[in-house]
Design a protein around this ligand. Structure first.
Ligand code: GAL
Length: 686
C-alpha cells in the first residue's frame, strides 16, 4: 500500500448512510488515526445500477473528501456481489450446485466463476472504474473483488464442464494420459471422448479421487483467472498502484501459494473466536502464513473485527485489551496495516450486528476508546513498517497435499494435514517462536529446522528439496502419513515415505488408525461376559483415542493419539527415541532420529503426537541447532521482535512482571530490542 507508517482503518461503505454523514465520518477517522479506508467492496449495484450505466460521481466526491483529509483509499472493484439485474438478464452468471440447483440472487457472492458473461461484465466494470480513478491522488491500492471462493468456489453447470475439459486437455494432452492419471480402469471409469468429462456432480457413492483433485486445482485456477482479468486491467491503467485481493487464512478451496505471486502485497481477513483460548494462536497462524505467502514481505491485515462478529451462533466480543493486543501481535508478526470490517456499524442488512470501529452507540462505547487507542499505538510503531522477520524454523504446508488427503477416501476421513500443520504451529507459538510456512517444492536450505507434518502427497521434487535441505544441515522432523501417494495421488509401493526413506533410514510398512468408533451392529447394548460369551472377550484398541509411548531417553514425555504406523528400521545409524506402549503395536518403533555426519538430523514420527510430546521433540531439535527458547517468560507472555522493537504481549489474565516492568492482563509493552539473531550450532563434521 502506498501509505507511510502502519496503515489503520477499515471497510467504508458510505452508501449505507445519508450523504451528510461523510464529514462526521472523516472527523471521527482523524480522531482515531485512520489512514486508509477500503471503498466499494460490495458496491456494484450503486456503481452500475443497470447494464453499462456507470455512476461514479458520489464515489468521486467521497474519494476527494477523504484525500483532502489525508486518508488513503484502497479502492475495491466491487465485483464480489453482482447486482440483481445481472442474474435476471443472464442466469448463467449464477452458480449451480453438484445437485443441479442454480443458486438464487439475494445474498452475496452468487456468481459462477466460469461464466463468460460474469467475466465480461466484471471486466467492463473494472475498466470503467480504472479509467475514472486509476490516477486519483488518494488511491493507495486496488482491492480486487473480495475473498475469492468465499461461499462459492465451484459450479457444476455445462459451461463449467466446458472449461474443466479445456483445462484438463491442457494438463494431459490426451485422453490416454488422463485415463492413466485418474486410474479409470477401476470401477469401469474409462473415458473415450472428451465430452464424457463432466464436473463431479452428485453420484450414487464415492467419487474418483484423482478427478476430485483435478477439480480442486481447476476451481482454484479458474478463480485465479478472474483475479488476473481484473489485475491486468488495473495494472494497464496505472502500473504504480499496488494490487491485492484479500485472503482468508488457511482457506481450503484456493491454493494461495499459486496466487500469492500475482499479488503486489498479500492481505488477509481473520476472525478468531474470542471465546476460544486458542484464538490468539489461530490469529498468529494466519499472520505467519500470510507473511510466508508473500515470501517474507509485510502483509496487510485487511479485515478483522473490533469486538464481535454476528455470524456465529454465539458471538463473543473481544475482551478489554484484546483488540489492541492481537492487532499489535499482527504487526510484530509482519503486518504493515491493521484494517477492520468495518468502519461504521450498519443500520440495516445481514451485518447490522457485526462489530465496527464506530459502533451503533457511537463514541459512547468501549470499542471507540479502544479504536482510538490503537490508532495512537500504531502511530508510534510507524518505524517498524517494511521490516521483515528472519525465522530459522519452517513448517511445510501445501494445498495440493491437503486436497489429495481429503479426496483420497481414507486412510481416515479427517482433516489430517490441516490439523497437523496447526498442531505443530501451536507448539512453536506456545514456545514463543514465530515460524515460516514453506511450500515443499521451494528451496529449504536456509532453515535450521523444517517440520514436515503429514505430507501425504510427496512428489519427486518435494523429496529432493528435503534431501537438499538435510544435506545442507537442516534438521527435518517428518510426521505420520507422509509419502503415501505420489504426484498423481497414486499409492506408493514398497513402503510409505517414498523418496524420504533413505534420509530417514526407515520405511512405513503398515498403519492402523485409532479412535474409530466401533460400529454398532444390531442394538448397541453393553456386552456382558455371561451373555455375550465371545464378543465380550474381544479387545478393541482401535477404539482408544490415546496411544501411549515409552520414551527411550530422559527429557521426553507425552503421548500420542489416533494413529500408529509400523516402522521398519533400514539403516544402522537410526536411533529409536520412543516406542509404542499400546496394544497391537506394543514395543514397536514410534519415533526415530537419524544423525548423519555433515547432515541435519532426520526425525520420523509414526503417530500423531500430543502437545507435550511435540514440545519435547521441538525443544530437543531446537537445542541441537542452538536456537534459544526463553523459558523465563511468565505464563501468557509472548515476546516477539521486529524492526528493532521488542513486543512483550501478555495474553493472560494476570499482571506479570517482565524485564522489571508490570504488564497488565491483555496488555503489552514495547521496548528497543537487543537483537538476538540465533547463532546456529555447528554440525558434526562429515
Ligand atoms: C468477510 C467479508 C466482509 C464481512 C466480514 C464479516 O467475509 O469480506 O465483507 O462480511 O466477513 O465478518
Amino acid at each position: 500500500m502506498l501509505v507511510r507508517g502502519i496503515a489503520y482503518g477499515g471497510d467504508y461503505n458510505p452508501e449505507q448512510w445519508p450523504d451528510s454523514y461523510l464529514q462526521d465520518d472523516i472527523r471521527l477517522m482523524k480522531e482515531a488515526g485512520v489512514s486508509v479506508v477500503t471503498l466499494g467492496v460490495f458496491s456494484w449495484s450503486s456503481f452500475e445500477p443497470e447494464q453499462d450505466r456507470f455512476e461514479f460521481d458520489r464515489l468521486s466526491e467521497v474519494m476527494d473528501a477523504l484525500h483532502s483529509a489525508g486518508i488513503g483509499i484502497d479502492l475495491a472493484t466491487g465485483t464480489a456481489s453482482p447486482p440483481s439485474w445481472l442474474s435476471q438478464q443472464f442466469p448463467s452468471t449464477l452458480p449451480t450446485t453438484a445437485d443441479g440447483v442454480r443458486l438464487a440472487w439475494g445474498s452475496r457472492q452468487q456468481y459462477n466463476p466460469n461464466s463468460a458473461v460474469y467475466r465480461e461484465r466484471t471486466a467492463a466494470l473494472v475498466t470503467a472504474l480504472a479509467s475514472r480513478f486509476a490516477n486519483h491522488p488518494g488511491l493507495v491500492a486496488w482491492h480486487v473483488n473480495n475473498e475469492y471462493g468465499c461461499h462459492v468456489w465451484e459450479s457444476f453447470d455445462d459451461e463449467s464442464a466446458g472449461r474443466f475439459r479445456a483445462w484438463l486437455a491442457n494438463r494431459y494432452d490426451s485422453l490416454d494420459n488422463l485415463n492413466r492419471a485418474w486410474g479409470t480402469e477401476f470401477w469401469s471409469q474409462r473415458i473415450t471422448d472428451w465430452d464424457q468429462v463432466i464436473p463431479p456432480r452428485t453420484t450414487p457413492t464415492l467419487h474418483n479421487p484423482h478427478r476430485l483433485d483435478d477439480w480442486r486445482r481447476f476451481c482454484s485456477d479458474s478463480l485465479l483467472e478472474l483475479y488476473l482479468i481484473e489485475r491486468d486491467i488495473l495494472r494497464a491503467a496505472n502500473p504504480a498502484v499496488p494490487i491485492t485481493t484479500n485472503f482468508m487464512g488457511l482457506f481450503f478451496p484456493v491454493d494461495y501459494w499459486k496466487w500469492a505471486e500475482h499479488l503486489d502485497f498479500v492481505s488477509n481477513d481473520s476472525y478468531p473466536d474470542p471465546a476460544d483460548p486458542r484464538a490468539a494462536r489461530e490469529f498468529a497462524f494466519d499472520c505467519d502464513l500470510m507473511r510466508s505467502l508473500g515470501k517474507g514481505k509485510p502483509f496487510i491485515q485487511m479485515e478483522q473485527v473490533t469486538s464481535a462478529v454476528q455470524w456465529r451462533n454465539r458471538n463473543a466480543a473481544k475482551r478489554p485489551g484484546q483488540y489492541r493486543l492481537w492487532s499489535i501481535m499482527a504487526v510484530a508478526l509482519g503486518a504493515d496495516g491493521i484494517l477492520n470490517f468495518q468502519w461504521r456499524q450498519s443500520l440495516a442488512g445481514a451485518e447490522t450486528f457485526h462489530g465496527a470501529m464506530v459502533p451503533h452507540a457511537g463514541r459512547a462505547s468501549r470499542t471507540w476508546t479502544e479504536v482510538v487507542g490503537l490508532g495512537s499505538d500504531l502511530g508510534e510503531l510507524s518505524h517498524v513498517q517494511g521490516h521483515t522477520l528472519s525465522n530459522k524454523v519452517a513448517i511445510v504446508w501445501d494445498w495440493e497435499n491437503a486436497w489429495a488427503y481429503a479426496n483420497a477416501v481414507g486412510p481416515t476421513n479427517e482433516a489430517v494435514p490441516e490439523n497437523a500443520a496447526r498442531d505443530w504451529h501451536a507448539t512453536f507459538f506456545e514456545l514463543g517462536l514465530s515460524v515460516d510456512f514453506v511450500h515443499p517444492s521451494q528451496d529449504l536450505t536456509s532453515y535450521a529446522v523444517v517440520i514436515v507434518p503429514s505430507l501425504f502427497r510427496l512428489t519427486v521434487l518435494h523429496a529432493r528439496r528435503l534431501h537438499d535441505a538435510c544435506a545442507s544441515g537442516t534438521h527435518l522432523v517428518v510426521s505420520h502419513l507422509t509419502g503415501y501417494v505420489d504426484e498423481r495421488g497414486h499409492a506408493t509401493e514398497g513402503g510409505y515415505l517414498a523418496g524420504l526413506r533413505d534420509i530417514l533410514g526407515v520405511t512405513v510398512t503398515d498403519y492402523s488408525a485409532r479412535a474409530i468408533e466401533p460400529a454398532a451392529l444390531g442394538s448397541a447394548e453393553q456386552l456382558a461376559v455371561d451373555v455375550d460369551r465371545i464378543s465380550s472377550s474381544v479387545g478393541t484398541p482401535a477404539a482408544d483415542t490415546r496411544v501411549d509411548l515409552e520414551w527411550m531417553l530422559t527429557g521426553y514425555s507425552g503421548a500420542a493419539r489416533n494413529w500408529a504406523e509400523s516402522v521398519r528400521i533400514d539403516k544402522h545409524d537410526v536411533e529409536t527415541i520412543a516406542r509404542f506402549d499400546t496394544a497391537d503395536a506394543q514395543a514397536q518403533v514410534a519415533v526415530t532420529v537419524r544423525r548423519s555426519p555433515g547432515h541435519g538430523s532426520a526425525w520420523y514420527i509414526a503417530t500423531e503426537l500430543d502437545g507435550r510430546a511435540r514440545r519435547s521433540i521441538t525443544i530437543a531439535v531446537l537445542g541441537e541447532r542452538g536456537i534459544e527458547v526463553d523459558f523465563s517468560l511468565p505464563a501468557g507472555v509472548q515476546r516477539l521482535e521486529r524492526g528493532g522493537v521488542a513486543f512483550v504481549l501478555n495474553h493472560g489474565d494476570q499482571t506479570v512482571k517482565v524485564e522489571g516492568t508490570d504488564v497488565p492482563p491483555r496488555g503489552l509493552t514495547l521496548r528497543a530490542a537487543v537483537t538476538r539473531e540465533p547463532e546456529l550450532a555447528p554440525l558434526e563434521a562429515p
